[in-house]
Ligand binder design. Structure first.
Ligand code: ADP
Ligand code: MG
Length: 797
């Protein structure tokens, strides 16, 4: 049993704005426990009627300042916990802090760079690496990912997650058995045999979480996420199985609401926004007080799930994430206070061993047989009948495998039957004699020297050849995988390129509105390539695939707007950057694959050359060359494997970014549509022939501006009336089939105050379809283009 208080660490997030000096200091004297001092500037401190202190000091196991990277945090915090999980103890790491203080960054990682991956991916990597190294045990790994929002549990890995709202999923509920053990109903456990599979599950859960979130539920700041690695291990032949769980927890934002509305409240106890954090604090207070018999675990789902982690059978670590900017000081002080209480909690971790009854029965049966045999021997009970043919054959087989077994501890188990023992001796004697005769025969025909060296050499060569063959296979598999990945990426890049090219091409020739046929053709040529682009990427991730489905359901106008949204979105830079990095990694992997092939063929040549007999010196040289090549080969092979993990991670990051982008687009699109409806109440009395803007002067200015700036898809056209109109050359793509019906045109009367400043083409030139969905798409799209255009123009002014 390991008794330990909960370990507390602090991590300070880099400030958004620099020059925030003097607010805190870290004292890390090697002999003393590190402490963090938060200094309240006078102006702030003066506001606190009840509390005039200016400096607050908190002790932590270790404090990671702004410049601490993810690797350092993993090495110091998560690695030791992962180590004890591998040894069979439960572990928990939870991040606590206000929204934006870096909990998700610390636990899961940043969304952009590979080097920003957080504790979960690094721990998975570490655990699978250790499992591979340890061949003395059989391990199985399962993953679960639970989200708790509003006291309800949701399985982030539920296959039914395509229903994009959390509420549609079956809730995860808590069951307690008579021994007061907690079981979670409806939480699926997914086996992961490799790091890659586990990583896929993490990304799947994160993406599901992102999709389910709506601006209303703000799930990412108000929910708790518990990623759990379930590890079981057993020695071969043993009936004892060890189970250990590692919870990696990203808690909801710890921000509180003021009790009172005026000064004085900031450093007093304010209420949590999140109710389950309130219950978590209650549990922690109860645990840190001596002689408290009742701990209110049952008050909330989170405290029930984390019951073992808090004062129970678990090695628990807390990371207090701090955003030490002036406006966040009160929350940071609350976080540190919470941590100080947590540090008082004592946990008792025990090895979770369980006996598998089937294996026990097998072992006991064997033991009974052995005892029976022993008893027969001791009591002198003799068996006289002759052994059967089958028994004799069985014995000879046993002798052969005994002789072939290289293990010096292996035994020839025949039981306490003297007939069998005798037969074994007879058979061994026969084998020995046969061998002697054979040896005498060979001595006469071969030199003595060769006789003792050749078998050894042969043996060694055979071994080397086998190893080579094995490596050969491994390389082939990896090279094939790489080829496939590369092809996929190239296709994706190519299609993306085509997409963009096509988009540009479609923008370049001026096009007049009101030619639906041409519009139709354009649509046919552009839509499949976009769908293909996504479907190729989608093959890798089923989730993304689902999202593509959604995209295919989009109307063309919506798709078109999405293209523009995508182009102008900040994340597209990240996606493009990651594409570039991926490309680099692919070429690196390719070059490495080639070097590996080269090394392999060199090893092959050396090996072939070694077959004929040659002088000792030459052979030695060859041998050392071979060794050198093997070392080189091994290094490259390891690097290739690491590259593979990095490539996989980058691809997942890109997938996630794409889903995020699409989701943001959908939100924005919906908002635009709502605005549209709100801003067009009197739609029926529209004069269709009246242009939106009559002031031709300002219109002309805009037109000039737009044409000068080659306005990306917008064409300025002289309508032959001395008046210029801005027409959307891409609108042809969204032109629907020509079946306008008068009643649908009412939707086209839409103008927000913001957009009034942008010249618009006459309503009559907007061909509507009669399909109100498509019509609103068209209008929303046009509005989107207008606002983007306006931003572009204003931005470059
Ligand atoms: P939380 O989960 O606590 O709400 P996040 O982890 O989402 O906060 O962090 C908010 C933002 O700050 C993110 O953009 C994240 O990338 C960034 N961030 C947080 N911690 C760090 C850090 N240590 N280094 C760099 N960026 C960070
Ligand atoms: Mg977060």
């Amino acid at each position: 049993m390991v008794k330990q208080t909960i370990q507390i660490f602090a991590r300070v997030k880099p400030p958004v704005r620099k020059h925030q000096q003097g607010i805190y200091s870290i004292d890390e004297d090697e002999k003393l426990i590190p402490s963090l001092e938060i200094i309240l500037p006078r102006d702030l401190a003066d506001g606190f009627v009840n509390n005039k202190r200016e400096s607050y000091k908190f002790k932590f196991q270790r404090i990671f300042d702004q410049d601490a990277n993810q690797e350092t945090v993993f090495e110091n915090i998560a690695k030791p916990v992962a180590g004890s999980v591998l040894a069979g103890y439960n572990g928990t790491i939870f991040a606590y802090g206000q929204t934006g203080s870096g909990k998700t960054f610390t636990i899961t990682g940043g969304a952009e760079r590979y080097s920003d991956r957080g504790i979960i991916p690094r721990t998975l990597s570490y655990i699978f690496e250790q499992l591979q190294k340890d061949s003395s045990k059989i391990y199985t790994t399962h993953i679960s990912y639970l989200e708790i929002y509003n006291e309800c549990g949701y399985d982030l890995l539920d296959p039914r997650h395509e229903a994009s709202s959390l509420e549609d999923l079956p809730k995860v509920t808590i069951l307690e058995d008579p021994d007061q053990n907690i079981h979670l109903k409806n939480l699926t456990l997914h086996q992961a045999t490799t790091e890659e599979e586990a990583l896929n599950l993490l990304f799947l859960g994160d993406t599901n979480r992102m999709i389910a979130e709506t601006p209303m539920n703000q799930a990412s700041t108000r929910s708790h996420c518990i990623f759990t690695i379930h590890l079981s291990s057993k020695e071969p032949g043993s009936a004892t199985v060890r189970h250990a769980k590692l919870h990696l927890v990203d808690l909801a934002g710890s921000e509180r609401v003021a009790k009172t509305g005026v000064g004085g409240h900031l450093l007093t106890e304010a209420k949590y926004i999140n109710l389950s954090l309130h219950y978590l604090e209650q549990v922690i207070i109860a645990l840190s007080e001596k002689h408290r018999s009742h701990i209110p675990y049952r008050n909330s789902m989170m405290t029930s799930v984390l019951r073992d982690s808090l004062g129970g059978n678990c090695m628990t670590t807390m990371i207090a994430t701090l955003s030490l900017e002036k406006r966040n000081l009160d929350e940071s002080i609350s976080t540190c206070r919470f941590a100080q209480r947590v540090a008082l909690i004592k946990n008792e971790a025990v090895l979770n061993e369980e006996i598998n009854p089937r294996l026990v029965i097998k072992r006991l049966q064997k033991e009974i047989q052995e005892l029976k045999d022993e008893l027969a021997m001791v009591t002198g009970e003799q068996r006289t009948e002759a052994l059967t043919e089958a028994e004799l054959l069985q014995l000879e087989k046993l002798i052969t495998s005994f002789l072939e077994d290289q293990d010096s501890d292996s035994r020839l188990e025949v039981g306490a039957d003297m007939r069998k023992v005798h037969h074994c001796f007879h058979h061994l004697k026969k084998l020995l004699n046969d061998k002697k005769i054979l040896e005498n025969n060979t001595v006469s025909s071969e030199s003595k020297d060769q006789d003792c060296q050749e078998p050894l050499k042969e043996e060694e060569y055979r071994k080397l050849r086998d190893i080579l063959k094995q490596r050969d296979n491994e390389i082939n598999i990896l090279v094939n995988m790489l080829k496939k990945e590369k092809k996929k990426a190239q296709e994706a890049l190519h299609l993306a390129g085509m997409d963009r090219r096509e988009f540009r091409q479609s923008q370049s020739p001026p096009f007049r509105l009101g030619n639906p046929e041409e519009g139709q053709r354009m649509r046919l040529s552009s839509a499949p390539s976009q769908a293909q682009d996504f479907s190729i990427l989608g093959k890798r991730s089923s989730l993304l695939h689902k999202k593509i489905g959604m995209r295919e359901e989009m109307s063309l106008g919506c798709q078109e707007a999405f293209e523009i949204f995508k182009r102008d979105h900040a994340d597209s830079v990240t996606i493009d950057d990651n594409k570039q990095i991926l490309k680099q990694r692919f070429s690196e992997a390719k070059a490495l694959g080639e070097s590996i092939n080269e090394a392999r063929s060199k090893i092959g040549i050396s090996e072939n050359m070694a077959v004929p007999l040659m002088p000792d010196q030459q052979e030695e040289k060859l041998r050392s060359q071979l060794e050198e090549e093997k070392r080189r080969y091994k290094t490259m092979f390891t690097r290739l494997k690491a590259l593979k993990v990095e490539i996989e991670h980058l691809q997942l990051l890109m997938d996630k970014a794409k889903v995020k982008l699409q989701k943001e687009f959908e939100v924005w699109w919906a908002e635009e549509a709502t605005n549209l409806q709100v801003n067009s109440p009197a739609v029926n009395s529209l004069d269709h022939t009246k242009p939106f803007l009559q002031t031709s002067d300002s219109q002309h200015e805009w037109s000039q501006l737009l044409s000068n700036k080659s306005s990306g898809g917008w064409e300025v056209q002289d309508q032959g009336t001395g008046r210029f109109d801005v027409c959307d050359v891409n609108a042809r793509k969204i032109l629907p089939s020509p079946c306008p019906s008068p009643h649908s045109q009412k939707q086209s009367s839409t103008s927000t105050p913001l957009e009034d400043s942008i010249p618009k083409r006459p309503v009559s030139s907007i061909p509507l379809t009669g399909d109100s969905q498509t019509d609103s798409d068209i209008i929303a799209f046009i509005k989107a283009r207008q606002s983007i255009l306006q931003k572009q123009c204003l931005g470059s002014n």
